[in-house]
Structure formats: C-alpha cells, structure tokens
Design a binder for this molecule. Structure first.
Ligand SMILES: [Ca+2]
Length: 167
C-alpha cells in the first residue's frame, strides 16, 4: 500500500479562525458536542457520498456521533471522510488489524486515548492540514499531514506523537 501520493491532496487553506475545541472524554458527551461548521459540513458531505455508494466496506462509515474513537483495523478505508486517523503501525497497520485512533478534533494529549508515542502512520481525510506534535499540548517537533494524504511518519518521528492539532 504505497499511499505516498499527493493526488487530490493539494494543501488548501484551513479555516482561518478555527476555535479551540475542548476534548470531552466520554462518549455520551461527545455525542452532544457541537462540531465546528466546516467539520460538520465535511461530515455531511462524507455521509452523502457514502449514502450513494454500494459495497463500501463497513469500516468506512462515518464516526459520528463520537468525535474521537480508537478501533482495531487497518488500511485507508478504515479512516472515514472528515477524520484524521493515526495508526499504530506503518502503512496503515499493513494487512493486520491494530489500533487506529480516529478524530475530527484537536487532541492535546494522545495519552488520554492510549495513543501516546504510538503513531507510525497517518491518514488525513479532512480538508485541512493537521499537525502531529512530539509533546503534549502542541509542543516540540512536529509533522504536517496534508489533506488527502496517507503517509508513514519519518523514522525520526516514529512513536513520538503526543498531540494533534487541526490548522
Ligand atoms: Ca511524544
């Protein structure tokens, strides 16, 4: 699975004033959280596309109402439209199921989801850039993942990400 492609992934300008989003840890509260408008639109667009598709893999359903979840899975198809997905292993976990963190919001501490210093590859299925940071609260060295990209993190960043922010 060589996903090292920029096809369809030209960097687009992110929303200029995206408000910080508080992380809410339990699922019932997540279900009530109001998403930023651009993300809501992206999720709606994704749902509409999926609604018209036949034979879409089960994993490709959108992740609403939960805004952050961790599943066992593999491959780009496990990352729904509107989400950024962090994979424990390279190449989207290869052909074996392994943990995937899926989010449509900033996460200042990936340890809240058991994903600290874990990420080896990532997919960005949102219209905005996301930045993975070496340290919690968006500090330290960082790596940009552009819209549409599914990439292995470089060796120097392997198992380092501790926070993620949409920009
Ligand atoms: Ca780290």
């Amino acid at each position: 699975m060589d996903r090292d492609t920029l096809a369809g992934g030209e960097p687009r300008a992110g929303p200029p004033g995206r408000e910080p989003v508080a992380i809410i840890k339990n699922a019932p509260e997540l279900g009530r959280k109001v998403l930023p408008m651009k993300l809501r639109l992206a999720l709606l667009a994704g749902s509409a596309l999926l609604g018209g598709a036949i034979g879409v893999p089960a994993q490709a359903q959108d992740i609403t109402p939960r805004a952050v979840d961790v599943i066992e899975g593999h491959g780009e198809q496990a990352c729904p439209d509107g989400a950024v997905c962090l994979y424990r292993d390279y190449y989207g976990n290869g052909s074996a199921d392994a943990p995937i963190l899926r989010t449509d919001q900033d996460i200042p501490w990936l340890g809240d989801y058991g994903f600290n210093d874990t990420t080896s590859s990532a997919c960005n299925h949102t219209p905005v850039r996301v930045v993975l940071f070496e340290d919690a609260y968006f500090e330290g060295s960082n790596l940009i993942v552009y819209p549409g990209d599914c990439v292995n993190v470089p060796e120097w960043f392997n198992d380092l990400a501790s926070s993620v922010r949409f920009v």
